[in-house]
Design a protein around this ligand. Structure first.
Ligand code: AMP
Ligand code: MN
Ligand code: MN
Ligand code: MN
Length: 287
């Protein structure tokens, strides 16, 4: 395996098993066609697509790491933790993710009630028609329904007007703890990675608390080059990775050809000064 930081690795994307619009098979083909050299499918709170992704990657000759993106509540805010290279049959992570997903149904009904109160009826049933996995109804599915029903021009507008804190369709929710999410991944033989750290609007003190608690629980990686970061943040979080001795990860966070700004495998490479997360996962790669 090429353990070079410049490897075209894409270790963050979503399929119909969570809130993406492509199947694991279509993603494998798209990644291969884009020149991706190492791929991971990281569905939100779900690993139900992992066997399909492993098989599809093998069929197109694309090295593959198992993946997921766990929703975590940290200091009253939502943080995402990516897991890479874990055993997807390990009981603890399977059950932990099942429990994390369990709150989504009731949350979605409350979101729909909030939307109905501002004159948008039927949003639960509407969102469900966009769902590929009934266990994984997300805000993205509501957003697609609201766009197609003519309430907003595009998905970002739905989030701005209806689905973010303080807006009518937003429901505060308690996700997994940081300790549990990192523990499930690590004890299943994988590496936990802080997803898109630049997206959280944390103060430097809050970010320091997140990173140090994450490390204390056994977390080892951080996304540096992601579709959610600006070029300035590629540099900022490369510095952060080195400062805290974290392994660096890279991923597009691709969801859909129609919605995602950044396609699979198209971001700049990791800086040569970083140690990539795949340097420590060579024996976990499926080929
Ligand atoms: P949920 O896990 O149900 O809270 O949904 C979170 C998902 O919503 C994220 O993974 C993104 O795919 C999407 N999302 C969050 N914020 C935005 C935004 N401002 N614009 C577009 N999509 C967003
Ligand atoms: Mn998503
Ligand atoms: Mn995320
Ligand atoms: Mn994601």
């Amino acid at each position: 395996m090429n353990l070079d930081p410049a490897l075209n690795a894409d270790l963050h994307c979503h399929s119909v098993v969570s809130d993406g619009t492509l199947t694991p098979e279509a993603l494998a083909q798209r990644a291969k066609a884009a020149g991706v050299q190492l791929w991971a499918l990281t569905d939100h709170d779900e690993i139900g697509g992992q066997q399909r992704a492993i098989a599809a990657a093998r069929a197109v000759g694309l090295p593959y790491l198992t993946g997921t993106e766990i929703s975590v509540t940290f200091a009253g805010r939502v943080v995402h933790i990516v897991g890479l290279g874990f055993d997807p049959t390990a009981t603890e992570i399977v059950e932990g993710l099942r429990a994390t997903r369990g709150g989504r149904g009731p949350r979605a009904r409350e979101m729909a009630a909030g939307l109905a109160a501002v004159g948008i009826p039927g949003a639960f049933e509407g969102a469900l028609t966009y769902v590929g996995n009934p266990d994984l109804i997300s805000r993205t599915h509501f957003a697609r329904f609201l766009v197609d029903a003519g309430h907003c021009a595009d998905v970002p507008e739905v989030f701005r007007r209806f689905l973010t804190e303080g807006k009518p369709g937003f429901v505060p929710h308690k996700w997994a703890s940081l300790k549990d999410a990192v523990g499930w991944i690590t004890r299943a033989g994988g590496i936990a990675v802080i997803a898109h750290p630049g997206r959280y609007d944390f103060t430097p003190t809050e970010e320091y608390a997140l990173i140090t608690e994450f490390i204390a629980h056994g977390g080892r990686g951080i996304e540096v080059v992601t579709g959610s970061h600006t070029p300035a943040e590629f540099v900022e979080y490369a510095d952060t990775a080195l400062e805290f001795g974290l392994l660096a990860s890279r991923g597009s966070d691709f969801h859909s050809p129609d919605e995602s700004r950044i396609d699979l495998g198209t971001l700049p490479p990791l800086a040569a000064r970083l140690t990539p997360v795949w340097a420590e996962l060579a024996d976990r790669i499926h080929r």
